[in-house]
Design a protein around this ligand. Sequence first.
Ligand code: NAD
Length: 411
Amino acid sequence: MNNPFQNAMSQLERATKIKKFDEKFLKILSQPNREIRISIPITMDNGKTELFEGYRVQYNNARGPYKGGIRYHQDTDINEVKALAFWMALKCAVANIPMGGGKGGITVNPKLLSKNELEKLSRGWIKLMAPVIGPKVDVPAPDVNTTPEIMSWMVDEYSKITGDKTNAVITGKPIAVGGSEGRGPATGLGGFYVFDIIRQKLGLPESCDIIIQGFGNVGGNAAEILTDHGHKIIAISDSKGAILKEDGIDIKALNEYKKTNGQIANFPGSKNITNEELLTTPCDVLIPAALENQITGKNAKEIKTQLIVELANGPTTPEADDILFERNIPVVPDILANAGGVTVSTFEWEQNIKGEHWKEEDVFAKLKKIMEEETEIIWNRSKELNTDIRRTAFVIALERIESAGLVHVID
Ligand code: NAD
């Protein structure tokens, strides 16, 4: 398995072959500004004490406060969090929002914890991180296996410690505690706006056959939005299995089925397939929306699609990128495709700081404008640079971070 941070650095190196950047600037970007590791002690429901390892990586804040989600996963480690924090710095620059890049996590399978244990763990993360985060310093948010409810516990704990009642320290909160309208579907919706522009550029049909890996916040919302816009989801997966239905999956019915059964496998009228089959089944568009390292040097030759849209972070390895480029399969990179989430998170932060609450239609209109404009900028520049969309998005992000002028801060 590739180390995601090595993948991220390899992507950086490849992009900087397309355009030269100041050596000192690149050196600064080769490591995070700060890595924090914590041990969170929790009294479990059985009375025993367990220690959980947690992280916050503050990668780069040249453009604004560190910003990025908190992941709860059994495989989360410091290298994953470093990679995700680096991509956040680039993503915020791609979306041209006034934020830097950070990310957090805990090595835990949250599905094995009771709700009481999960709340203690989440509050524990904040207690230990409170001195290094803050609305003007570092603003966490949800990621894999973290929810608005978890954000609500965290913001409550932070306000108890600091007295700060703006709630601007965390985004992705429930509406009642300062969450933004539209934050739930924001990543999927932002991805749809990007996809719709690229689809037209590539001359793909108005109704595409689409495969999605992942049925969580991002994959589930994307599936619903794409279906509402006339596309057909022919296969989809979660961590327990994948299903195929060539005439299209009824996503609303699948949502209900998952709520009742806790999985999507055996959904009536569909065929169970493996995750590997999911990725290599013929389709117009393939959307990884789960975890890193899914499209690799091993399976990239077998992928049969016309376009890949990365709603997950880091799903494609650099080796796979080369194979896909050779095979003329465009990849819309994570730092563009899934930037809708952090964009609406930033709207949430702005609303909290100003004491405002914006209407959903206004949030979506602002999101649409940003995603469409930045997609056009990246697409046009990729033609000038004569390279792929990932390298182009990297070049644009690096230019924007470098132009913040903080390169010589260490002198
Ligand atoms: P989530 O926890 O809501 O959902 C993750 C989904 O992936 C679940 O359906 C899970 O069952 C599935 N999954 C896990 N392992 C899998 C596997 N091996 N095969 C197939 N499916 C698997 O998380 P999310 O918020 O939807 O995040 C998904 C991806 O999107 C992550 O890479 C995350 O970093 C990225 N992302 C999320 C946001 C956001 O706003 N939540 C924003 C930008 C990027």
